[in-house]
Structure formats: structure tokens, C-alpha cells
Design a protein around this ligand. Sequence first.
Ligand code: HEM
Length: 476
Amino acid sequence: MAALITNGVLQYEDDIDHEPAGGVTDPAPRTAALSRYPVPSPRQPVGAWGGAGVRARARAWTGKLLARRIQKRGIDLSSLTFIPERTKVPLQRHGIDPVPRLAQLRETDPVHRLRLPFAFSVYLVTGTEQVRAVLADRDSWSNDIRHLLPGAGPSSADEVGGLGFTDPPLHTRLRKIITPEFTMRRLARLEPMISTIVAQRLDALAAAGSPADLARLVSFPVPFQTICALLGLELEDRDAFARLGVQRFDATAGAAAAFGAVSAQREFLFDAVARQRVEPGPGLIGQIIRDEGDRISDVDLAGLADGVFTGGYETTAGMISLSTMVLLRDPAHAALVRDGSRADVDRVVEELLRHLSVVQMAFPRFAKHDLDLFGVPLEAGDVVLASLSGANRDPRSAGAEPEVFDPRRQPTSGHLAFGHGIHRCIGAELARMELRVVLPALLRRFPDLALAVPQQELSFRELSFVYGLDELPVRF
Ligand code: HEM
């Protein structure tokens, strides 16, 4: 396997779409030690480079250099300024659709090894059955990424916290603390507040005049203000905070930018937690401080707040923009949401969640021990990237023509847009509530709503774990 760095992006000569027949030689004998990842020089695949000329030799040389550098320093995710080309497939889309390669992999190789120059193997899992099996199996898989972060510094492993990156028993304890806030009964209290926020944002859209940016005026502020209210955060600093949220899931500049944003955002929340220790506020942070007192540390509390924020902000914002775009493509779909019953709206929202799969991949899962995954042998420390957008378009679960948006769809099993198992989205009901309020209200208030630019000109995110639009120009 040859690797080279172009514009800061690690690329492979044998790109994922052009693997030579017979595959490529295993690039790296593996080690069970997780703290360091020694990476040997990539071996030449037999026959792949023979006589391929100067360019291939230069690539081989660059690949060796890179491998040596990783070998010397180990992998520190927080300083990775590229993401390997092959890992892009589950993040890339054509408009709202995953790239065709994802469906191809799901059909031919649903547990697909991505050949990367690491000492552990990385597998892309794309079928519903396979994704569900990984996410359900808490005994075999860990979410703990600390072994890939440095022990100290701006994005220190000591400060990771949060539900998404923890395993039981800590995960169980932390999740239990916030679960009461997310029960249907408690959430029902938020509904009038969400309606008020939505009404204000629609006023702001009307005041801006046609055409206007729906993403900036509605899609981002609705979940942002909802979560600020849920957590009991002051709305000051919202612009800076909102910007950090966007960088965080965007892998275009590699993991380093994302982890930089993590630490800055975490700092903001640390401050909020420290302030509320002295004077607990009305929201979730204050409630936890009142209930748990010193039994919960500032790191764990800031981590929880951070998880709720990042879990619920960009995801819901992406859903609002993309859902609007999808509904505006077909007047019958828009009418169903505008004039339909509550049950009609619920069905549309579920199909939008499946079809759009804005959280493209689950958090990486690390194998706790050697295991067999649908016939593929994995070793302890190997990584699985579970593609939710791949699984949600699997005809075995979604039914016929899974790529079509069809609110009358009768899937054979529920979608995986909120994940599955112990890490399943804790905010699923809140997200549904926001979507069920905002979409009908928007279409009723602006019956002539339409995109102001052709779909091809929209600013879809590139390589973001959370898919979405940064702008959505509309006219009304
Ligand atoms: C449409 C919007 C949303 C989508 C598509 C979504 C999707 C997901 C998915 C797929 C996971 C599981 C990831 C995994 O297993 O690796 C997850 C976890 C999580 N989500 Fe959401 N989410 C949404 C909205 C929200 C909201 C509104 C909140 C809170 C206000 C939230 C908070 C969380 C938290 C805290 C976790 C971690 C749970 C755990 O690890 O136990 N999410 N979300």
C-alpha cells in the first residue's frame, strides 16, 4: 500500500474504489498493546507497483516516511491534521445521498476492512444487521478513546468525559443522572417553550425579508436556544459557542481542528459549571448540582453538558434544514406536513430521520477482545466505524427502494438514526419534538416557501460526522 500526503490529506495509491484483484497485503502486523501503535513500513503489494515508474516509487517513499513518523510518535488523534482518504467514504455524499460506494460495500462486504497504515485494523460496517449487532454488544465493544489522546495538554485524555466516550459502569452512572430530564413527562414541559422559540424565529425570518437564510435564522437558533434553556445556560457568548460546535464535527481539517474545538467548548462549559456550583441555575446543570452535589465532579458534569450540547445542536439544526429542503421538492410532501394530522407529521419525521441520517456514523467502537464479526476475525483494539447512513438505506430493513424518500414507507425494522443499544440517543424524543413543532409551523407560516437557489448550489457539509447545511437560502 502506498501513501502520500497531498494538501495535508493522506491518500492511497490503491484507492478504495480501485483495489487490485486479490486485495492488498496486510500493511501491518498488529500488536495487542493499545497505548502505542508501532507501525512498520508499508509492505509492497505483490505486483502492484512493479514497473509503475518514478511516481509510484516517490509515493512508496513518502508512505515509508509517514509510517516511520507514526511509528516514532504513536498516534495522537488530537494532532492529526488529515483524515485518511479511505475513511471518507461513509462521510461523503452526493447532495443528501450517501455515495454509491457505500451501498456497493453494504451488498458485497458489509464488514469492510479499510487498509490504513495503523497497527490496528479499522472496519467500516454498513449493513443494518451488522451495525445493530455492534451497537448492541456492550461486552465486546468500548467507546473509550482515551488511548488515542495525549495524557495532558489542551485536549487531554483526562478531560474527555461525556456519555458518548465512556463505558459502563461510569456510563451507566452518568446516564442515570440525566435520564429523568429526558422522560416524556419532563419533555412535555418544554413543548410550549419550543413553540415560543419557533414562533420568534419565524418572526425573525419574516422580518429579514425574502430571500433569507433559513439555516442562520431558524435551523441553528431553534435547537441552540432549546438546549441553552434545557441546560440553564445564559445566552451570552452564543456566537462563539455556536461556531465551536460546527468545527467540532467537521473532519475536513483532520482530527486536530475538531479536538481543538472540543477543548475550547469544554472550557466554556467548565466555567458555566463553576458558576452554577456557587449559584445553581434553573436548568439541567443546576438540577444535577442540587441532586448530586459533590458526588459528581466538574469534569463529569461539564462532559455531560457538553454531550447534550453537541449531541443536540448540529444534529437537530441539520435535520431542520435538510428536512425543509426535502419537503420543498414535492408539494404533496409539504402539504402532508402543513395540513396533515399529528400522525401524518410523525410518519414524515420518522422517514426524514431515516432518509437523512444526519449522524452519519456512530462513535468509533474498539474491540475489547478478539472476536468474530459476521465471519471476519477481529483482534482486541481493532476499530469499527458503524455507518448509520449505510444501515438506514439497507433494503433489508428499510424495504424496497431505500434511497427514495417515502412517508408511506413500511420499514421491516426501525431506523438507526438515533443509534441503538446503551449509547442510543438520549435526546431522541426532544429532537422529534422540535422537528414536529418546527416543520409544520414553518410551512403554515410561509405557504409559498421555496428554495432560493438550485439544490446543486447549496452548501452541504463536506466530511462532517454530522451532515447538514451551513446556509439554506429560501424565498417566501
Ligand atoms: C435529530 C437529532 C439527533 C440525532 C440524529 C441524534 C443521533 C444520535 C446518535 C446516532 C447517537 C448514538 C451514537 C453512538 O451510539 O455512537 C446519539 C447519542 C447521543 N445524543 Fe443524540 N441525536 C439527535 C439529537 C439529540 C438531542 C436533541 C440531544 C440532547 C439534547 C442529544 C444528545 C445525545 C447524547 C447525550 C448522546 C450520547 C448518549 C450515550 O452515549 O449514552 N441528541 N445521538
